[in-house]
Design a protein around this ligand. Structure first.
Ligand code: EPS
Length: 364
């Protein structure tokens, strides 16, 4: 009813607010026997965290995971895995000016209308702080997918405002704060972000995610299609306004003779479909892309209304991201991994006896 959980055989429930004592999640349905320790979460949480570069929010959280249940002697037990992260650097006074008004383009207004009460401190439940737990849950899925199916999920920033990559190198992606695939453009991105921060404005972004090694067969037609569940999972990330699978909206202008991915004994001749046909993985790379809107919390004054409906002006101070897309790559990867693991378990449950059938042509 209140939709703080997703997944069918692997379910993830998150809880907590940005300025509450802690945030957490319960991951249920993970098979027993997966090695899991608090250290497994460190790298991915650091990739998403605030305060690691001048281009993101300067809130400094340690993001240390406590495993409360579901792990015994370093292995998952098949029981619910509860993870907790304590909030240690919330600065609620930054939000005092927002008690009586609503940021344009923020969930402030809609939360108020839905619940009739709101926690304005850091956006409460609507804060991107919640994505920390998606990444934590995603660590489990990534690990299981890698060990059981050699599936690898990775992403990169594919557009920042009007800037697009001029070349592509996976090695560059993890070596800069932007997850950008062309190292030579990093100074250009830094300059753009510095200018934006100075102006007190924000900008949108595109993040692409790729899942390699997904075998054919994952996805449940018709209401549990792999692409439908990926779209829902990715769209549930804060600030996401668009999702594409494969060529996405570019397919509108394509002809069937171009869009179709022809089959040859050596493999598929192209991958316009994003590795999903009829809602089921084809064995090709699964490709997704998300559009993130510019952050609504900006220093440039904007028009709003107060609680009495009178016109007022909003200026957001505090520690905000001028581009949330910069930190979104690990979040999108996590959501893709969680959907894939859930679908893999569902495939095992219903069709585990079917086994591989011929012909199986190479993916990629
Ligand atoms: C956020 C606003 C800022 C960010 C926060 C997301 O929160 P605060 O005003 O409390 O500093 O720091 O991001 C995180 C805390 C995080 O861990 O991602 C927002 O409005 O969504």
């Amino acid at each position: 009813m209140s939709s703080n959980a997703f997944g069918k055989l692997l379910t993830v429930t998150t809880f907590g607010e940005s300025h509450g004592p802690a945030i957490g999640c319960v991951v249920d349905g993970c098979p027993p026997g997966l090695l899991l320790a608090a250290e497994d979460f460190v790298a991915d949480l650091a990739r998403r965290a605030t305060g690691r570069t001048r281009h993101t929010s300067q809130r400094r959280e340690e993001d240390a995971v406590e495993i409360l249940s579901g792990v015994y002697q370093g292995q998952t037990t098949g029981t619910p895995i509860a993870l907790l992260i304590r909030n240690t650097d919330a600065r609620s006074r930054d939000y005092d000016d927002l008690l009586d008004t609503f940021r344009p383009a923020h969930a402030d207004y809609t939360y108020w209308h839905k619940y009739g009460i709101r926690d304005p401190r850091g956006g409460g439940r609507s804060s991107a702080r919640e994505t920390t737990m998606r990444v934590a849950a995603g660590v489990i899925a990534r690990k299981w997918l890698d060990e059981k199916h050699a599936v690898r999920v990775r992403g990169y920033l594919a557009q920042l405002g009007a800037i697009t990559p001029r070349s592509f190198d996976w090695d560059a992606v993890e070596r800069n704060a932007f997850f950008w695939p062309d190292a030579t453009q990093v100074p250009e991105l830094e300059a753009a972000m510095d200018a934006l921060r100075k102006a007190g404005d924000s900008v949108g972004a595109r993040v692409n995610v790729l899942a390699e090694g997904v075998p054919p067969g994952w996805g449940e037609p018709v209401y549990g299609k792999l692409d439908a569940e990926l779209a829902a999972a990715l769209m549930s990330i804060n600030a996401v306004k668009g999702v594409e699978i494969g060529d996405g909206f570019a397919a509108i202008a394509q002809h069937g003779s171009t869009h179709r991915d022809e089959l040859t004994p050596q493999g598929f001749a192209s991958n316009h479909a994003g590795g999903i046909l009829g809602g089921i993985s084809s064995g090709q790379n699964v490709t997704c892309s998300i559009a993130l809107k510019p952050t609504s919390s900006i220093r440039i004054p904007g028009r709003s209304v107060n609680m009495q409906g009178q016109p007022t002006e909003v200026v957001t101070s505090g520690r905000h991201d001028p581009c949330v897309g910069i930190r979104a790559t690990p979040i999108a990867e996590a959501m893709v991994a969680l959907v894939l693991m859930d679908q893999a378990l569902r495939q095992r449950a219903q069709c585990g006896d079917v086994g591989p059938v011929a012909p199986r042509i190479p993916g990629g």
